[in-house]
Unconditional design. Structure first.
Length: 170
């Protein structure tokens, strides 16, 4: 299978496979993750795939096995931690008003500044790590952070949070 055929195969089957794995796993995020991982593994094998030999079945089987392996590791981890009964999935709290304000303000920033701010402040990467991940010099990262903070402060100054005197938490 050529790279172009693989791209067409991916575009035609990703959503369908994700829907199938969702039905298997019951978790949309998990289904997307395992299907994507299966496609990554298939990329290295694409030369051995013949479009007539059901490469979609290979992807589905691989994704299903990945989901099963993840489930086993999770179950083993819970067993080792002393959790012998099945827990209901935890609920996720809705985003706070402060979080929504921050995300909205970040969207208004230039992409380079937004990436630098998120990597440094939300992902807790050092300036050197941000520099390596973005392929930008350290002084460029420092400049993007300084400009981004200034622009973010200006955008947030007219949107006063309702709690904790302006402190934003993500």
């Amino acid at each position: 299978m050529t790279p172009q055929e693989f791209d067409a195969f991916y575009a035609a089957s990703f959503s369908r496979l994700t829907g199938q794995l969702y039905a298997i796993t019951g978790n949309w995020s998990e289904a997307q993750d395992v299907v994507q991982e299966a496609f990554i593994r298939a990329w290295d094998r694409r030369r051995t795939f013949d479009p007539g030999n059901a490469p979609e079945a290979w992807i589905r089987t691989t994704a299903r096995r990945l989901a099963h392996s993840r489930w086993r590791r999770l179950a083993r981890g819970l067993h080792l931690a002393g959790h012998h009964h099945r827990h209901e999935p935890s609920t996720v709290e809705p985003p706070t008003e402060e979080h929504l304000m921050l995300v909205t303000a970040l969207r208004d920033l230039p992409e380079a500044q937004r990436i630098a701010l998120v990597l440094h402040h939300m992902c807790d990467l050092s300036i050197e790590q941000v520099s390596a991940e973005t392929c930008a010099g350290i002084s460029t990262v420092k400049s993007r952070l300084a400009r981004g903070r200034t622009a973010l402060a200006a955008r947030l100054s007219d949107r006063t949070p309702t709690s904790e005197e302006g402190k934003l938490r993500v």
